[in-house]
Ligand binder design. Sequence first.
Ligand code: DX5
Ligand code: ZN
Length: 225
Amino acid sequence: MEDKRFLIAGSILSADLLRLGDDVQDALEAGSDVIHFDVMDYHFVPNLTFGPMFLKQLRKRFPEAVFDVHLMVSPVTDAIVDAFADAGASWISFHPEACVHTQRMLAHIKQRNLKAGLALNPSTPPQMLSYLWDTLDFVLVMTVNPGYGGQKLIPSCVRKVEEIRRMAVKETAGQVLIEVDGGVCAENIREIADAGARVFVVGSAFFGKKDRKAAMKGFEEALRS
Ligand code: DX5
Ligand code: ZN
């Protein structure tokens, strides 16, 4: 999977929550490479979502899936990271504003044998990453303010992707993945890919659609063009 040029990460925030397991199965069958799992605490963001018990159930049903846990919680603690690691996370990202010792938290995630990422709000400067490259596997660039699905992408965040890509090439020979989250759809995915992103979170433009296979085809065609 990691060799694929682009990865699609369907976000369960836009799934039918009353049939979450079946929706995840549908998304995987449609070709979602990663399942994006948004954790919100009504404090860091004005919304409340899923805890580790949901993830544990999903992991049980989908032992091979890649679960990408995006923590929008404050504070980020070892206990929260461990709870999601134990429940079956594959990747974990968090926001630096919610954690005093970001380097240590990233190292903690990596010690658990997971991919560690830092999530940047639209107003968070990329310079935040400057001394963290050695400890980072991916950067989650928010292209909307976190909290809800279905928002419109903020164009200045795509310029930030370009800047982070330049930094990542210089500092890590491009090893660090750039993932983009918020307002991604078939109409803008090509432009975001050109800016340097490799992983695309898609909520309303994928999970929110009835025909996930058709939605996936739309992304693939746009990325091929
Ligand atoms: C927003 C979440 C996103 C959300 C994206 O705070 O982090 O992952 O699911 O949804 P769309 O793709 O609809 O913007
Ligand atoms: Zn997210």
